[in-house]
Design a protein around this ligand. Structure first.
Ligand SMILES: [Ca+2]
Ligand SMILES: [Ca+2]
Length: 93
Protein backbone atom coordinates (compact mmCIF):
# COMPACT_ATOMS: atom_id res chain seq x y z
CA UNK A 1 0.00 0.00 0.00
CA UNK A 2 1.47 3.34 -0.97
CA UNK A 3 -0.12 6.58 0.06
CA UNK A 4 0.89 10.06 -0.93
CA UNK A 5 1.80 12.50 1.83
CA UNK A 6 -1.46 14.34 1.16
CA UNK A 7 -3.48 11.15 1.58
CA UNK A 8 -1.73 10.27 4.83
CA UNK A 9 -2.47 13.74 6.12
CA UNK A 10 -6.13 13.40 5.17
CA UNK A 11 -6.44 10.01 6.87
CA UNK A 12 -4.64 11.38 9.90
CA UNK A 13 -7.27 14.09 10.16
CA UNK A 14 -10.03 11.51 9.92
CA UNK A 15 -8.27 9.36 12.51
CA UNK A 16 -8.18 12.33 14.88
CA UNK A 17 -11.92 12.83 14.44
CA UNK A 18 -12.46 9.25 15.60
CA UNK A 19 -9.91 9.50 18.38
CA UNK A 20 -11.97 11.75 20.64
CA UNK A 21 -9.57 11.74 23.59
CA UNK A 22 -6.47 12.08 21.40
CA UNK A 23 -4.52 9.18 22.91
CA UNK A 24 -3.55 7.82 19.49
CA UNK A 25 -5.86 4.82 19.63
CA UNK A 26 -9.47 4.39 18.59
CA UNK A 27 -11.37 2.35 21.15
CA UNK A 28 -14.56 0.44 20.48
CA UNK A 29 -16.54 3.22 22.19
CA UNK A 30 -14.92 5.91 20.05
CA UNK A 31 -15.53 3.96 16.84
CA UNK A 32 -19.11 3.30 17.81
CA UNK A 33 -19.76 6.96 18.55
CA UNK A 34 -18.76 7.98 15.05
CA UNK A 35 -20.47 5.06 13.31
CA UNK A 36 -23.69 5.68 15.23
CA UNK A 37 -23.95 9.09 13.57
CA UNK A 38 -23.98 7.37 10.17
CA UNK A 39 -25.93 4.32 11.22
CA UNK A 40 -27.93 4.65 14.48
CA UNK A 41 -28.76 0.94 14.34
CA UNK A 42 -25.16 -0.22 14.54
CA UNK A 43 -24.72 -2.80 17.27
CA UNK A 44 -21.81 -3.70 19.55
CA UNK A 45 -21.43 -6.88 17.53
CA UNK A 46 -20.91 -4.92 14.32
CA UNK A 47 -18.38 -2.66 15.98
CA UNK A 48 -16.58 -5.67 17.48
CA UNK A 49 -16.32 -7.45 14.16
CA UNK A 50 -15.13 -4.32 12.37
CA UNK A 51 -12.39 -3.82 14.94
CA UNK A 52 -11.29 -7.44 15.05
CA UNK A 53 -11.06 -7.56 11.23
CA UNK A 54 -8.26 -4.97 11.23
CA UNK A 55 -6.89 -5.19 14.79
CA UNK A 56 -3.53 -6.69 13.90
CA UNK A 57 -2.09 -6.71 17.43
CA UNK A 58 -5.36 -7.78 19.08
CA UNK A 59 -5.43 -5.10 21.76
CA UNK A 60 -9.06 -4.23 21.01
CA UNK A 61 -8.18 -0.73 19.79
CA UNK A 62 -7.16 0.65 16.43
CA UNK A 63 -3.92 2.54 16.04
CA UNK A 64 -3.30 4.68 12.96
CA UNK A 65 -1.87 1.84 10.84
CA UNK A 66 -4.76 -0.44 11.69
CA UNK A 67 -7.16 2.41 10.95
CA UNK A 68 -5.62 2.71 7.49
CA UNK A 69 -6.56 -0.91 6.82
CA UNK A 70 -10.11 0.03 7.67
CA UNK A 71 -10.40 3.04 5.39
CA UNK A 72 -8.14 1.56 2.70
CA UNK A 73 -8.35 -2.23 2.95
CA UNK A 74 -5.37 -4.02 1.40
CA UNK A 75 -6.19 -6.17 -1.65
CA UNK A 76 -4.71 -9.13 0.20
CA UNK A 77 -7.51 -9.06 2.77
CA UNK A 78 -9.58 -12.24 2.70
CA UNK A 79 -13.17 -12.16 1.46
CA UNK A 80 -14.74 -12.68 4.85
CA UNK A 81 -13.02 -9.63 6.26
CA UNK A 82 -13.90 -7.58 3.19
CA UNK A 83 -17.52 -8.52 3.78
CA UNK A 84 -17.33 -7.32 7.40
CA UNK A 85 -15.65 -4.11 6.37
CA UNK A 86 -18.34 -3.42 3.80
CA UNK A 87 -20.55 -2.59 6.80
CA UNK A 88 -18.16 0.23 7.51
CA UNK A 89 -19.29 2.90 5.07
CA UNK A 90 -16.33 5.21 5.21
CA UNK A 91 -17.66 7.23 2.28
CA UNK A 92 -20.70 8.26 4.33
CA UNK A 93 -18.75 9.64 7.24
CA1 LIG B 1 -8.75 7.34 21.90
CA1 LIG C 1 -4.72 -2.74 17.72
Amino acid sequence: MSLSAGEVEEYRRTFNEFDKDGDGRITKEELKKVLAVVNPDISDINVDSIISAVDNNNDGCLDFNEFLNLVKPPVSLDDQKKEILSAFRYDQI
